[in-house]
Design a protein around this ligand. Structure first.
Ligand code: NAD
Ligand code: TDX
Length: 332
């Protein structure tokens, strides 16, 4: 058995990664390290039962990380503060968890010669113009806009430095926007779905022209497994479905799928510094590692996600009120 440490495994992508791994890669023995911040839910791992070990703890806790790393063959590092709006309001936890946390893991991984995969985002590259076909590539220079993306860019460069200076066996991936089950209701798609479900109006920032490339979380996690098993040490892989949509388009499609009027939403003040467009050129992972996204039809993926939130109110109901109270303070 290969011993795998999944940081941030009680979060959105990490918990889906655990379920995906148990289903498709049963040769891994999984241990999750997660401090259960506002974004971490032990319940997201309920379906895994006792097939995994859960450790509640902080990636900045060097003693704990050192002990866990001693019994680990591969780390998949998801743990991070992940929400742009929160980073604009209070950047400090982003600097701590995303930068210091990654540093703490890297130091322990190099001491124990542990294979390391670092999960990152396309937001490190900044944004692209709306009226072009340009895409980010593995060679695009970093140009982050928000405290969140700056902290992720910083953690990426730490990983690269640990590869070059200390020979750490690490790979990196930068994925586009994810959607799917177990995503916190602060994020765009689940916020709008749950607004409709509780009888509130969805909220669109600004004029809604901003474009994101939506990738199903299972497709992201399948790509991560391909990199862990076949990726070149030191390399970065961009991941993205290729399906770009404006926020307005996503919201109107969501409303239609929920049998609402397509214009039954409110426009709210825009996010400061709002990135215009993200789009990844994922040719490298497709050609070198054979990654093919299975969720080719975003509308179908969205319908399935709506269905999940409809049937899993037990999971999201407790998040909803506090999340909307925070948005109300921000005027969004
Ligand atoms: P999330 O906020 O849903 O989950 C983050 C998890 O990390 C939570 O369970 C939280 O408790 C845990 N965590 C945070 N700080 C911690 C700390 N100091 N110690 C231990 N655990 C801690 O985030 P997500 O959307 O699942 O994102 C996971 C990773 O994927 C992040 O690194 C993020 O930058 C990256 N990413 C996300 C997306 C996306 O669309 N959500 C896209 C590309 C990349
Ligand atoms: O209520 C909303 N209304 C709205 O119009 C919210 C919450 C968001 N938006 C807009 C802002 C963005 O243009 O929707 C888009 C998506 O917003 P988020 O879900 O907050 O995602 P984004 O800022 O694009 O970042 C996400 O993708 C990259 C993740 O949160 C990051 O962790 C990941 O790195």
């Amino acid at each position: 058995m290969t011993r795998m440490l999944v940081t941030g495994g009680a979060g959105f992508i990490g918990s889906n990664f655990v379920h995906h791994t148990l289903k498709h890669h049963p040769a891994y023995e999984i241990r999750v390290l997660d401090s259960l911040t506002y974004a971490g839910y032990r319940e997201s791992l309920t379906p895994a039962g006792d097939a995994i070990e859960f450790v509640e703890g902080d990636i900045c806790d060097a003693d704990l990380v050192e002990r866990l790393m001693a019994g680990t063959d591969v780390v998949v590092h998801f743990a991070a503060e992940s929400h742009v709006d929160r980073s604009l309001h209070d950047p400090e936890p982003f600097i701590r968890s995303n930068i210091m946390g990654t540093f703490t893991l890297l130091e322990a991984a190099r001491r124990h010669d542990v294979r390391f995969h670092h999960i990152s985002t396309d937001e490190v590259f900044g944004d692209l113009p709306l009226d072009s076909d340009d895409k980010f590539t593995e060679e695009t220079p970093y140009n982050p806009s928000s405290p969140y993306s700056a902290s992720k860019a910083s953690s990426d460069t730490l990983v690269r430095a640990w590869v070059r200076s200390f020979g750490l066996r690490a790979t990196l991936s930068n994925c586009a926007n994810n959607y799917g089950p177990f995503q916190h209701v602060e994020k765009f798609i689940p916020r709008q779905i749950t607004n409709v479900l509780v009888g509130d109006r969805p909220k669109l920032y600004g004029d809604g022209v901003n474009v994101r490339e939506w990738t199903h979380v299972d497709d992201h996690n399948a790509a991560v497994h391909l990199i862990i098993s076949g990726g070149r040490i030191g390399d970065t892989y961009l991941i993205g479905s290729g399906d770009e949509r404006s926020n307005k388009d996503i919201l109107e499609t969501t409303l239609e799928l929920m049998y609402q009027e397509r214009d039954a939403y409110d426009r709210v003040p825009d996010r400061p510094g709002h990135d215009l467009r993200y789009a990844n050129d994922s040719t490298k992972i497709r050609t070198e590692l054979g990654w093919v996204p299975e969720y080719g039809d975003l509308r179908a993926g969205l319908a399935q996600t709506i269905d999940w939130y409809r049937h899993n109110e037990w999971w999201w109901k407790a998040q909803k009120e506090g999340t909307e109270a925070t948005y109300a303070l921000l005027g969004r």
